[in-house]
Design a protein. Sequence first.
Length: 302
Amino acid sequence: MERLWAPWRLRYVEGAVRHRGCIFCEKPAAGDDVGELILLRGQRAYVIMNLFPYNTGHVMAVPFAHVADLAELERETISELFELATWSTVAARRVLRCDGFNIGLNLGDVAGAGISDHLHVHIVPRWQGDANFMPILANTMVIPELIPVTYAKLRAEFEVSSFGRKDAPSVPQAGAVVWLPDEGKVAVRRTRDGAIVLPKGHIEPGEAAYRAALREVAEEMGLRGEVIGWGGVLEFVAGGTPRRVVYLLVQAQPGPDFTQHLGHDTLLLEPSEAIAALTHEDARRLAADALRRIGVPVGSVP
Ligand SMILES: [Zn+2]
């Protein structure tokens, strides 16, 4: 195997040495899973993005228990830890279309563990030829996608899947909070019965949730979008069926069909107006939170 040389990880190791507490204990306790880039919480372990990745989509499965060695973990925790690692590969394959993975633990300083007293399983996606564009000589990080973007796409996948959830709906949906930076406006949808909603729709079999969200934005609004962050999850009952919809924060610009939608089924509004216009309170809160995370002023949510 070609060695992945990742000099930027030195910053991580140095930072960990200076850090007095344990980040793998502190992050899940911080109460801000989006800010801390936590993707999924199990009963005994969780999945978190690596801030100093070897490659795009590098995540870690971490037990909540602060232990250094596998032998210190209870059997159920070991089982869940590797279940989470497995789900991470499923989500990453669908979202990132990677060709393979390096999965492993570095136990002990001698093995190269950055944080040796709280074990963690690395899951590193690999693509054909990816070692070629890794920064072998330059001391710069070449990651094709921003970490919050990858986080949002992977989080959406975890949220719509049945990973560890007995109550997962059979037909999850994906939608978007749509921000047009050039106009400084938010696009919302007006339904036939006059409700103002966020665009959303069904996820095709095998389709990544984020791609479904972008497809809906294109089809329903005539906008070309790209994911820039996480939106949130809304759960509700429609027509007697429980629904679970994941929302991505999408940055968009008008496509060729946009004029057919504008003023009809699509409205472009100032951020605070768009939020106030949304019919459902939980959608207002979700949209406001998503926009605030990228620094768009939204005022108070009605
Ligand atoms: Zn710890």
